[in-house]
Design a protein around this ligand. Structure first.
Ligand code: BGC
Length: 766
């Protein structure tokens, strides 16, 4: 791990030598994706070298199989099906032979093995020298990337340079050898509810034998999703001889000493489709993509890809002077965030991106509350696509509300791919109703930060209204509680406390959700947009609803302990006994793997930020003493067993002026996956935490907040650094914020002047 941080520039992750243990994590860290397909950083010949192989996973965003969740005791409305992202045929596999002897890491002698993930260019390169048992020696350079310009495409460039007298080289590629795609789960993994399905094939496949390229049509039997996968390859500078038998291709050629032989290889994965009769048309499109790739050639496609990557960094990089390791960690996180986001309005961002099997590829609130802000303020077009996905699942969310006997509005699923609820354990799943308000919050933030009225008054408005409707139908006015509006029987973000009344976070978020709906309806009516009128009519909006929402918001109950001056996480939280932290051995963390849920729920113990998260999101609504008291209290009882916790505690440490804590939390956040802090990086990256890194910088150290339609900053810099700078897109303007120990500079890069508030004073960036 240390090696990854120390070697190379702050744009590179460098692995030198080979270690069967670290390769498992590095398969995750070196994953490449573009929001449509993702492939783990496994070795090309991994399958032939069992000790250097964990999981070759290649995934397509949204392509999943369903299977019934078997409950031994079923109850009405339980989530019906598992939804599991299906690993795809691993088309990147390839091996070669020198004078008839096949290469793998356990045969012959491999030296100078080195892999580099170039974050700036989005390339994974591999280099080594191999000598076979007959002392024939070759130098090998392999490069791969997943294209942003042609989302279907995974490109490989394999170069072999003979170092001994002329040799015969053989390359062998295989699109899918119908074996398992990963190793079986280990004992530990079987017990870990967060890991599912490493190796099972969830699709059936049919070879498209009339095609010239190796091509497959794959289909998931139950969810009936289809896709086409194909490969095309050519030797670049050597005539050689090639042979194709089914999905397997071989090339044999003679090469002189020092004369490189190059195999260019493209694998393409179509979009998924649901109508089986589309197969011929989809096959044609994919064949054309492969033909074009061969024609344009690797070099040109790579140039375009690198150019696209540089445009991304130009807008989204965060530069930090004073700590190269941190700079690398930060860029690594932004790189993966960018890779993970669905971009077609029909897919979202799973908790592990497209880097591993963890959480089955599900989308959670992680997207809206942790990852989306980065996109809203640096790549708003992607943010919009992610929110549009939520709009596509509104009909299912409506059904779900009905299933839960909520007469009006929608209930978004806690975890999902296809829009249906997939959480088999409702106390820490479906009961997290706050997801509705989280999505509403993201819609509001996106609308305010971008000024995108087309979205705000169409899809945005519909989401805000339907979620607001849910809260008034779900909560009620409690006669025994001074007629306060209460929301009972919910679970907040902290999954170590479930099924409570009046979770503070949920109630505060719901209150804002109601306000957002009122605000957006009023704004859209004042703007007299036809589109919004259509939406209001379509969903049967009535003016009296505005009053209903305002009344519920104003009466919203926010639990508070007057005696101690503390915000209560929920009605009963302070009545519980404190968890015995001292008596809990270190190896019993995370608690969820060592204690029955009911043994945890009886105590005051937090898995992750809950009340503190609420106070971050609306920090201007709380006075600083309040925030300090709550922070001190909740920090003491938080385990951070969820990777979503530390970034928020770091940000709030900045908010209350504790720069030391802010710095320490930030270091953990920024380096979480590279250092395997949560001990499960091998199952995929922690994408929400990666978003949390950006949040920590921009909303933590620069203390950026958006309220009253304006951005507010109160920046400071930890003493360890000399300088930090990042860009913010606000409406159609882009500006740069540079913080040094001396002060902050704002510079307009594009668009109209922007009015902000800096340390409480109005300022125009022009
Ligand atoms: C956290 C949730 C989160 C999920 C997916 C869980 O451990 O408690 O808040 O949504 O992981 O990242």
């Amino acid at each position: 791990m240390q090696q990854l941080l120390e070697n190379g520039t702050p744009w590179q992750l460098v692995e030198t030598g080979l270690d069967p243990i670290t390769i498992q994590n590095n398969e995750t860290l070196f994953s490449l994706s573009n929001g449509h397909i993702g492939t783990r950083g496994s070795l090309e010949e991994a399958k032939y070298t069992p000790s250097y192989f964990h999981n070759e996973g290649t995934y397509m965003n949204g392509f999943h199989e369903i299977s019934p969740i078997n409950y031994s005791e079923w109850a009405f409305g339980y989530a019906a099906n598992h939804q599991t992202t299906s690993p795809l045929p691993n088309a990147k596999q390839m091996r070669f032979a020198v004078n008839g002897e096949w290469f793998d890491l356990e045969h012959g002698t491999t030296s100078d093995h080195r892999r580099v993930l170039d974050l700036q260019k989005g390339l994974l390169t591999r280099h080594f020298i191999w000598e076979n048992s007959q002392q024939d020696k070759v130098e090998v350079k392999i490069e791969r990337f997943v294209s942003y310009d042609i989302p279907e495409l995974l490109a490989q460039h394999i170069q072999i340079i003979p170092l001994t007298d002329g040799v015969e080289l053989t390359f062998e590629t295989i699109l899918d050898d119908l074996e398992k795609l990963g190793k079986k789960k280990t004992e530990d993994e079987i017990k870990d509810p967060r890991v599912k399905n490493l190796s099972e094939r969830l699709f059936t496949s049919e070879e498209l034998t009339t095609e010239t390229f190796p091509m497959l049509h794959i289909e998931t039997p139950a969810s009936q999703m289809h896709a086409i996968v194909g490969t095309a390859a050519q030797l670049r500078n050597n005539d050689g001889e090639s042979e194709q038998i089914g999905l397997k291709e071989t090339w044999t050629c003679h090469a002189k000493t020092e004369e490189p032989v190059v195999l260019e290889r493209f694998a393409a994965y179509s979009s998924f489709y649901l109508e089986g009769n589309q197969t011929p048309a989809q096959t044609k499109v994919l064949r054309q993509i492969l033909e074009t790739a061969l024609k344009i050639g690797y070099k040109k496609i790579k140039e375009n890809h690198v150019q696209t990557m540089s445009q991304f960094w130009e807008k989204s990089d965060v530069v930090i002077e004073g700590d190269d390791h941190l700079q690398k960690g930060l860029r690594f996180n932004l790189f993966h965030l960018h890779q993970a986001a669905g971009r077609n309005g029909k897919t979202n961002m799973s908790a592990k991106g497209l880097t591993g099997p963890g959480y089955e590829g599900h989308y959670f609130w992680d997207t809206e509350m942790y990852m989306l802000p980065f996109f809203i303020y640096t790549q708003p077009e992607i943010a919009k696509q992610l929110l549009l996905y939520r709009h596509t699942i509104l009909p299912k969310a409506k059904e779900r509300a009905k299933t839960l006997s909520v007469s009006k509005g929608v209930l978004f699923p806690w975890r999902t791919i296809n829009g249906e609820e997939a959480s088999a354990y409702y106390p820490a799943g479906t009961a997290q109703f706050h997801i509705n308000a989280d999505i509403a919050h993201a819609v509001h933030t996106y609308s305010k930060a971008t000024g995108d009225k087309d979205f705000a008054y169409n899809e945005g408005l519909e989401i805000l209204i339907e979620t607001a409707r849910f809260w008034v139908a779900f909560g009620h006015y409690d006669a025994l509680n001074e007629k306060a509006f209460v929301i009972n029987g919910v679970t907040g973000p902290d999954e170590y406390t479930t099924m409570v009344n009046n979770n503070f976070y949920t109630n505060l978020m719901a209150k804002h959700n109601l306000d957002y709906a009122v605000e957006m309806v009023m704004e859209s009516l004042a703007d007299d947009r036809t589109a919004s009128n259509d939406v209001l009519e379509k969903i049967g909006f009535e003016l009296s609803e505005l009053e209903e929402w305002t009344k519920a918001s104003e009466a919203m109950f926010l639990p508070y302990d007057e005696t101690r001056g503390l915000t209560k996480q929920d009605d009963s939280f302070f009545h519980k006994k404190l968890w015995d932290f001292e008596g809990t051995p270190k190896e019993n963390h995370p608690l969820l793997l060592h204690y029955h849920p009911l043994a945890i729920y009886r105590y005051q113990v937090n898995k992750q930020a809950d009340t503190v998260l609420a106070e971050f999101l609306f920090s201007w609504e709380f006075d600083s003493e309040q925030k300090q008291r709550d922070y001190a209290y909740y920090e003491d009882i938080t385990t951070h067993d969820s990777s979503l916790s530390r970034s928020i505690f770091g940000i709030m440490a900045s908010e209350i002026g504790d720069s030391k804590r802010a710095y320490n939390y930030f270091m953990d956040t920024a380096l979480m996956d590279i250092t395997d802090l949560q001990a499960n990086t091998k199952d995929g990256v922690h994408a929400a935490n990666m978003g949390g890194t950006w949040l920590s910088m921009v909303q933590g150290f620069a203390r950026m907040r958006l309220y009253n339609d304006q951005l507010h900053f109160e920046p400071y810099l930890p003493e360890q650094w000399q300088k930090v700078s990042f860009n913010i897109q606000f409406h159609s303007s882009l500006f740069q914020v540079t913080i040094t120990q001396e002060g902050t500079a704002y510079k307009l890069l594009e668009g109209e002047p922007v009015d902000i508030e800096h340390n409480g004073t109005a300022l125009r960036i022009e």
